[in-house]
Ligand binder design. Structure first.
Ligand code: B12
Length: 225
């Protein structure tokens, strides 16, 4: 059954047919597939296939890629509403895309993974100033600030993660709040997260979920009386 669903979903997004994609997803739910499986076994692999397509042929139709990303984001948002509600929250994360960066899909996927792992997530959206990351982390009593950056200049620039690190330092919050980063530039250089002052990074949503849960647990343990 799963193979048929994946094939039908991939055909729909290849045709950039949003309604057909939703029909496939709703049909899959009717046939008993869980919202979690829709995201992790159907939507994410389709996005990964799109990314592999771009690597193979950078001249591929950008509109098609954009629609694949848009459809994936919409389906993910719908499925997240139906994810099993966690009985107990492990910790809290504020997440956003760095200042100057409007890429949102990777962040959404990370959010989905975190929610599935019982982490409370506050989405700050895209183009988020460093000050806002820190203010919101304090307001939500978050253990982790998650900064997504898809472009080299937003990953490495002075207004992104580096500035968040400076602000945490200035406000004496470094023990209480950790910073994690992710996005294409970090996949190209797996040491880049250290250069920009982050505590951790991950290459995909699933690894991000695991890494952030570990960081929340260790941060909470350090602060237990
Ligand atoms: C889709 C896309 C767009 C869409 C974005 C739609 C949207 N709503 O998000 C649109 C068309 C709008 C777009 C615009 C632009 N884009 Co664009 N875009 C892409 C593309 C093709 C895919 C990005 C994507 O969605 N990937 C799919 C998701 C699932 O993967 P992901 O984002 O990497 O996220 C995963 C991991 O990285 C990780 N992760 C992500 N965030 C985080 C955060 C944390 C904390 C953690 C732990 C993990 C984590 O987990 C995620 C899930 O597995 C990439 C190419 C690529 N190969 O990445 C270019 C790319 C990022 N774009 C690029 C560029 C240049 C642009 C534009 C400047 C183009 C232009 N000339 O206008 C604009 C910039 C707009 C802006 N100011 O932000 C360049 C950046 C180059 C560079 N070296 O800086 C890329 C790399 C394309 C290229 N090869 O040139 N883009």
């Amino acid at each position: 059954m799963l193979d048929d669903i994946i094939k039908a979903y991939n055909e729909a997004v290849f045709e950039t047919d949003r309604d057909a994609a939703f029909e496939v997803v709703n049909g899959a739910l009717d046939r008993g597939l869980s919202p979690e499986d829709v995201v992790f076994k159907v939507v994410i692999p389709a996005v990964e296939e799109m990314m592999a397509g771009i690597t193979r042929n950078p001249d591929q139709n950008l509109a098609q890629h954009f629609m694949t990303a848009q459809i994936a984001a919409e389906v993910t948002d719908e499925m997240l509403k139906r994810f099993q509600h966690p009985p107990e929250v492990i910790g809290r994360v504020v997440i956003g895309t760095a200042q100057g960066d409007l890429h949102s899909l990777g962040k959404r996927i990370v959010m989905g993974c975190l929610k599935a792992l019982m982490v409370e997530v506050t989405d700050l959206g895209v183009n988020v100033p460093a000050e806002r990351f820190v203010d919101e982390a304090v307001a939500h009593d978050a253990q982790v600030i998650a900064v997504s950056a898809m472009m080299v200049h937003t990953a490495m620039g002075e207004q992104g993660c580096r500035r968040v690190r400076e602000l945490l330092h200035e406000r004496g919050l470094e023990g209480r709040v950790k910073i994690v980063v992710g996005g294409a530039p970090y996949r190209f250089d797996d040491q880049l997260y250290l250069q920009v002052g982050a505590d951790g990074w991950a290459a995909d949503g699933i690894a991000a979920g695991r890494m952030i849960v570990d960081l929340i647990k260790s941060t909470k343990a350090e602060h237990q009386p």
